[in-house]
Design a binder for this molecule. Structure first.
Ligand code: ZN
Ligand code: ZN
Length: 278
């Protein structure tokens, strides 16, 4: 059983997204026996998939945590990939209520046209457990400016890998992730530079002390965080918590099996033109 995450983008927040200081393409998860799940395809997702020569017609499911553009803006193109250019009704879409239905202010994030191309559409709410192509997934609460935003506990078969989507810190939020082997945290700002509904490094320390995972990974890096040096912030977090902590870079790969490893993507180099013949 494979469980491998490619971080297509490690940026987050308005300014990193606008300027693409880091990509904001979310995570591509390979699991089970060759299933592919894309989580939160913000701007940059498509470019990054081309860069690693990933053919998005291999994507089986798409998950969107909430209706902010750094998490969904490339979604319709991913759906076109998943449905073989819109020719075959297939694949699954999972999203919070704002993502799928909208709430009058936020979302919906996917047009009715694209929804009509997908095999199965599921609205996710905290407390639910779903099997995404066989990957057991528990849905968690968040405290965010999209109040329907959700976090995820993926049961890999070799421990739980959690993706905490955008949230402010509270003990109540953090406790949902106890038992995680890997904790992927959106640490938008450095030190104690707290902005509403997001985590700063000090919040990440509290989060990690509550959950005590084997590995913590920082993503969703805001522009002030990037200037400050996410690697240094992660190092300091590791020193304070005693938990191995890394700041991911675009295209880093996390593998979870008997052991947990992070590695840099290989350089592909050449221009890649996939075969799209039927
Ligand atoms: Zn975000
Ligand atoms: Zn957000």
């Amino acid at each position: 059983m494979v469980f491998r995450i490619t971080f297509l983008g490690t940026g987050g927040g308005r300014h990193t997204t606008m300027y693409q200081t880091r990509c904001t393409g979310g995570m591509l998860i390979e699991h089970g026996s060759g299933n592919h799940l894309h989580v939160d395809p913000g701007p940059g997702a498509l470019t990054q998939m081309n860069r690693i020569h990933y053919d998005l017609s291999r994507t089986d499911s798409l998950v969107i945590s909430h209706a902010h553009p750094d998490h969904y803006s490339d979604a319709e193109s991913v759906i076109e990939g998943m449905t073989l250019g819109g020719w075959k009704k297939r694949g699954s879409l999972y999203g919070s209520p704002t993502v799928i239905d909208g709430d009058g202010t936020l979302g919906p994030c996917v047009s009715k046209y694209h929804i009509g191309k997908i095999g199965k559409v599921t609205v996710l709410r905290p407390g639910m457990t779903v099997a995404i192509d066989g990957l057991g997934t528990e849905i968690c609460r968040s405290e965010h400016s999209d109040p329907t935003n959700i976090g995820f506990r993926f049961d890999t078969g070799n421990g739980v890998v959690s993706y905490v989507s955008d949230t402010g810190y509270s003990d109540d939020i953090a406790r949902q992730y106890i038992g995680s082997r890997v904790l992927i945290l959106p640490v938008t700002t450095p030190d104690d530079l707290r902005i509403p509904f997001h985590l700063c490094t000090d919040d990440a320390v509290s989060f990690i002390e509550c959950v005590r995972p084997e590995l913590a990974v920082f993503i969703h890096l805001g522009i002030v965080m990037i200037k400050k040096g996410p690697g240094l912030q992660a190092e300091e977090t590791e020193r304070r918590t005693g938990v191995r902590t890394v700041a991911a870079e675009d295209l880093d790969i996390l593998e979870v099996g008997d052991s947990v490893s992070m590695s840099r993507a290989v350089a592909y180099g050449d221009e890649w033109i996939p075969d799209t013949s039927p």
